[in-house]
Design a protein around this ligand. Structure first.
Ligand code: SF4
Length: 433
């Protein structure tokens, strides 16, 4: 450590002081079909086929990092399925290692007025898995933090991360398979963003998300990766309509190889995932060199939908303009709010509305009914509607939309309350099956 308490460049967890370039790592990716709901067996098979036994040692402290970015139920494709998390945690226990589950929900969460990581743990079933297996569960947004120096940074010279990341011997990443409106896909590389301490997550959007993810990868790299591809999520991440059922588990020691395979599995082009490309360039890794065992990655019947395609299909009367800084915080809150309005039968009131997030240029935003959302837009609002927040609060969004579009927001909020209470019930049913 340096005198100011930060950890110098190249020094993260003790066993990983000399992180090898990804080009030198085993790039086998295993894709396994889950048969008859036997998830634990599928996880173990994927782990073995990808040479996982060398990745985790007896008695090692293992941080398991799922993707539980928001309060959403298991099986939706939005968060790592609690059954996959349970299987991975059991596997780590069976290897004689000491697992801890850790996650910090999306940028903007864990702040006053926003949903919390704890709520995400409860709704997704993550809390239930930790309790059942007697494993510690950490909210990484509330963890002590340490600063890491990034050697040869593109944009982020220092990364403030949760202490748990450097206090463990190994990291296992367990994201769920999702396409993403900004980064094309969100898999193991983007999953690591959850270890950045609270407000630090937002910084990555200001700096440039793809480059910041590549910088973070230089100092925090999972030692083994799974992907929960039981159910993936496409388009606007509005489950169940955007959920895609695949019934697969992916595994591999090399995050660049696993993410490449995951993107191909979604029918998308890894060359268009810029964060992956930046990592490959920095790590001198050739994505063509990956070795797939098991199922073929090009088996998806049709490519996952992009968010703009899905938005046009689903809300044809609404324009959505996203600036350079738009992130899943604002997009997710907006899409969630619009879906509740539609489910309440009030979609017709949205006709002619323009929504703007992520600081687009003003001339890109056509009137007359305009709502700017999120603090990124605060300089541009002028005489138009504006909901602050990072991300904005969904309830405030619904109320503002009600006043602009002339519908009764209370009616929509009442419906939302009923729907939310169903979420945990869905997860509980899954865990009991
Ligand atoms: S205001 Fe919205 S778009 Fe901007 S960083 Fe926050 S959540 Fe993302």
């Amino acid at each position: 450590m340096t005198a100011d308490g930060s950890i110098p460049a190249g020094h993260t967890r003790d066993p990983c002081n000399n992180i090898p370039k990804a080009a030198a790592m085993n790039s086998t990716v295993s894709i396994v079909n889950v048969e008859n709901e036997r998830i634990y067996e599928a996880v173990c098979r994927a782990f073995e086929q990808a040479g996982g036994k060398q990745a985790i040692g007896y008695n090692e402290r293992v941080l398991i990092k799922p993707n539980v970015c928001v309060p959403a139920p298991s099986g939706s494709g939005m968060v790592t399925d609690a059954r996959v998390l349970e299987a991975v945690t059991r596997l780590v226990l069976d290897l004689g290692a000491k697992p801890v589950i850790g996650e910090g929900a999306a940028a903007g969460y864990d702040f006053v007025g926003a949903s919390s990581t704890e709520e995400a743990f409860r709704v997704s079933g993550t809390r239930a898995v930790a309790d059942k297996l007697g494993v510690a569960l950490r909210n990484l947004n509330r963890d002590d933090s340490v600063e890491l120096e990034v050697d040869g940074a593109f944009v982020m010279e220092r990364a403030t991360v949760a202490r748990s990341v450097v206090d463990c011997d190994r990291i296992i990443s367990v994201p769920v398979l999702k396409s993403h409106h900004r980064t094309l896909a969100t898999l193991n590389l983007k999953n690591m963003k959850g270890v950045l301490s609270g407000a630090e997550k937002r910084k990555t959007h200001r700096l440039g998300l793809d480059l910041a993810i590549a910088d973070l990868f230089s100092v925090v790299r999972p030692d083994f990766c799974f992907v929960d591809a039981l159910t993936g999520l496409q388009g606007l991440w509005n489950y169940p309509e955007d959920s895609v059922s695949l019934g697969l588990i992916l595994a591999g020691a090399n995050p660049l190889a696993v993410d490449t395979a995951g993107i191909r599995l979604m029918g998308l082009d890894p060359n268009q995932a810029m964060h992956l490309q930046y990592c490959c360039r920095k790590q001198e890794f050739d994505a063509e060199s990956i070795d797939i065992v098991g199922e073929h990655p090009e088996r998806t019947p049709q490519p996952f939908l992009s968010s703009s395609e899905a938005f046009l299909r689903r809300f044809p009367g609404v324009r959505f303009v996203q600036g350079q800084r738009a992130c899943s915080g604002c997009v997710g809150q907006l899409v969630g709010a619009l879906a509740y309005i539609r489910d309440a039968g009030l979609e017709h009131t949205l006709k002619g509305l323009t929504l703007a997030a992520g600081a687009p240029f003003r001339e890109e935003v056509p009137g007359p009914r305009i709502l700017y959302v999120g603090v990124c837009c605060k300089e541009q609002t002028g005489r138009n509607g504006f909901v602050p927040g990072c991300p904005p609060n969904e309830e405030q969004l619904l109320r503002k939309l009600g006043s602009i579009c002339g519908f009764d927001a209370e009616q929509v909020l009442a419906r939302r309350k009923i729907e939310r209470n169903k979420l945990w019930e869905q997860t509980r049913n899954l865990l009991n099956t």
